[in-house]
Design a protein around this ligand. Structure first.
Ligand SMILES: [Zn+2]
Length: 315
């Protein structure tokens, strides 16, 4: 009996200790398609409040996603926020606390375009994250070659280590390579400064070990983007070390739902790029993003027809 009580106390203590850690592991509660839990329910309730009809099932599925995208469309530039970034969250939090909705059109300006050198024509910077992979990256490289376009690859240390030859090919074919951290694990990366800087360093070392000691890149993309306030300290530190942090101001939506169709990727690119002079386009070249390669020729054709030329971010 005593043993039973003791084990209960132990279990209770473990629960108490692990709860705040779990909360810490979800800084800002970045939601993705397929996420489950009470935060999703909260979002669904907020959306219901402003007229969307969503069943509060706590699963970030099709209908919740469609409503979020619709909400983002109504408030200019929210779509740059990915599926549920800081600006979208701010809007939803305002709705939930019953604040005046007319103040909602004011959304924090996206700073991506300020970072790009002013040019006379329209330029699209295509960027590919989370690779290199054996199934998507080579396809993308072939297409870029056909069109004679240089792009930017924000690679993961883990993936570079797995596919060094593809990384070399990216470099040999004249594209830019940037650091996208080692593990891409938000809970680990953004837990403290040591973890964050350690991952940048580890990835830089891997890139050098594959591409040669003289390889150097100052390009950095934060996993999940650097939009959220809690990431500011990491951004300041990285910039202090000489990194240039790039988010995006257009996307094809290949990270917003798994297995998005080619048509929907093209549609999302059109929708998020509309009306912008310079574009930094977020796409992915990792496993499961095979449709990104399939949609790429149409996306390039569309951008060309819209008068864009193409550039790479300078390492
Ligand atoms: Zn990523």
């Amino acid at each position: 009996m005593k043993k039973k009580i003791l084990s209960f106390i132990l279990l209770f203590t473990i629960l108490l200790v692990s709860l705040p850690t779990y909360a810490m592991e979800l800084p800002g509660g970045y939601l993705k398609y397929g996420s489950r839990g009470s935060r999703v329910e909260e979002v669904q309730r907020a959306l219901n409040k402003i007229g969307y009809q969503i069943h509060e099932d706590g699963i970030y599925g099709k209908r919740t996603r469609a409503s979020i995208l619709d909400l983002q469309r109504k408030y200019n530039r929210l779509s740059m926020d990915g599926i549920y970034g800081s600006n979208t969250r701010r809007v939803i939090e305002k709705i939930m606390t019953g604040q005046d909705l007319s103040s909602l059109d004011k959304v924090e300006e996206d700073k991506t375009s300020e970072k790009i050198k002013p040019t006379s024509g329209k330029i699209a910077y295509l960027t590919f994250d989370d690779g290199p992979s054996t199934t998507v990256t080579p396809e993308i490289l072939d297409i870029l070659n056909e069109y004679d376009i240089r792009a930017t690859f924000f690679v993961l240390g883990t993936m570079a280590k797995e596919n060094p030859d593809i990384l070399k090919r990216i470099q040999e074919e004249g594209h830019s390579i940037g650091n996208h951290t080692y593990s891409h694990k938000y809970d680990y990366l953004y837990r403290n400064m040591d973890n964050f800087l350690g991952e940048l360093n580890k990835t830089d070392n891997i890139l050098r070990s594959i591409l040669g000691e003289n390889f150097k890149t100052s390009l950095l993309r934060f996993p999940g983007g650097s939009f959220e306030n809690y990431k500011q300290k990491y951004k300041d530190r990285a910039e202090g070390l000489g990194y240039r942090v790039y988010d995006w101001n257009a996307l094809n939506g290949d990270s917003e739902s798994s297995g998005a169709s080619v048509e929907s990727l093209i549609a999302r690119l059109k929708e998020t790029s509309r009306g912008q002079k310079d574009l930094v386009v977020l796409m992915h070249d990792t496993y499961g993003k095979e449709n990104t390669a399939k949609a790429l020729p149409s996306i390039i054709d569309y951008l060309k027809a819209e008068g864009y030329s193409f550039g790479k971010l300078e390492e």
